[in-house]
Ligand binder design. Structure first.
Ligand code: FES
Length: 350
């Protein structure tokens, strides 16, 4: 169920000049619901200046640490990120949805793998959680972390990462606005940089699994490079914070002009008429009709708006977030979903 729960802010800590870590107090009766896996995120909801704002943020703590903390980096004109960095106080309450997300490795204490983790900027948050949980759970596994930032000063979790003393972890810090003693580690990661890192034996294309989080361009450049180097796509997992989606949009054509939509949420049913020419998605039209529906990115990259098609058919224009199994099971990202039959029932409760 995609419910929000009011959680109290237990601790606020500045991590860099423009990012803050928010730790929530999770009461005993919600502990099970807020159990999370490494790499997952939570969606936060707050009314800010009269506007209902929902945003997803990755959890940076590892599950074994048992603490629910997210990192919010201030972005230009970011309503929620500015509020979190400048106005939020300890003791305040925020509506929080239970952890979600598929950017999660399947860890097993008996396996010994090599993991390649690649992050840029605040993309480190889910990667940091994954990294710590791997080191804790799989003592025979090794990790190469490539982490791109402008400068050492602006690097999120720089000292926390430097403080991890494990022979199983190698950190490669890349700076785009600071020189390095190794010129291979200067500049952002694109296809050319992948080639350089590969040729210098830093990037291992025979790694067992790859986890990428950062800007869309970096993710797709790395993915393209790895695939060209014959890495099986199933080994490459990525988490996008935003996406243009322009290269992945599926066109949907229907032969009806209106569809009757029924939305089930919190055990209540709501009906509305969907105008095929005007409406953008089942989620958007539901919100226009006054429904309080869960969402975050509205770009098909998180799973916050996930719901199940119970009756009728519908199609997603973009899907960067659901697994093939979830799609097979009838789940959709409602922010990207349009009806392909004149009657569609969608449940946010399943
Ligand atoms: S709101 Fe993020 S995928 Fe729909």
């Amino acid at each position: 169920m995609n419910n929000f729960f009011p959680l109290t802010v237990k601790e606020l800590k500045k991590v860099t000049s423009d990012s803050v870590s928010i730790t929530f107090d999770v009461p005993d009766n919600l502990k099970e619901r807020f159990n999370f896996k490494e790499g997952q995120y939570i969606t936060l909801k707050k009314e800010i200046k009269g506007e209902n704002v929902q945003r997803a943020y990755s959890i940076w703590k590892a599950p074994y640490e048992g603490v629910l903390s997210v990192l919010v980096k201030k972005v230009e004109n970011g309503i929620f990120s500015s509020f979190s960095n400048d106005e939020l106080k300890q003791g305040d309450t925020i509506e929080v949805m239970a952890p979600q997300g598929n950017f999660v490795p399947e860890l097993n204490s008996t396996q010994s793998k090599h993991y390649t983790l690649i992050a840029a900027g605040s993309g480190i948050t889910p990667i940091f959680s994954i990294l710590k949980q791997i080191l804790k759970t799989e003592t025979g596994s090794t990790i190469d972390l490539f982490y791109v930032n402008k400068t050492k000063e602006s690097t999120i979790f720089h000292s926390e990462l430097a403080g991890i003393s494990s022979p199983n972890l190698t950190i490669h810090n890349l700076y785009t606005k600071e020189s390095s003693s190794d010129s291979n580690l200067e500049g952002r990661i694109d296809k050319l940089k992948c080639k350089v890192l590969h040729s210098s034996n830093l990037l291992k294309v025979d790694s067992d699994e790859f986890y990428l989080c950062g800007p869309e361009q970096m993710i797709f450049d790395v993915k393209d490079y790895l695939v060209e180097e014959k890495v099986n796509e199933s080994k490459i997992k990525f988490e996008l914070f935003t996406a243009s989606g322009s290269d992945k949009v599926e066109e949907v054509i229907t032969d009806f002009s209106e569809a009757q939509i029924t939305i089930t949420i919190d055990d209540d049913d709501f009906d509305y008429t969907y105008n095929v020419d005007k409406a953008e998605s089942i989620l958007e039209e539901g919100i226009n009709q006054g429904l309080d529906l869960p969402y975050s990115c509205k770009g098909g990259v998180c799973c916050t708006c996930r719901a199940k098609i119970i009756e009728g058919t519908a199609k997603m224009k973009i899907n960067y977030a659901l697994t093939d199994q979830e799609v097979e099971d009838g789940y959709v990202l409602t922010c990207q979903t349009v009806p392909t039959s004149p009657v569609v029932k969608v449940s946010f409760d399943d």
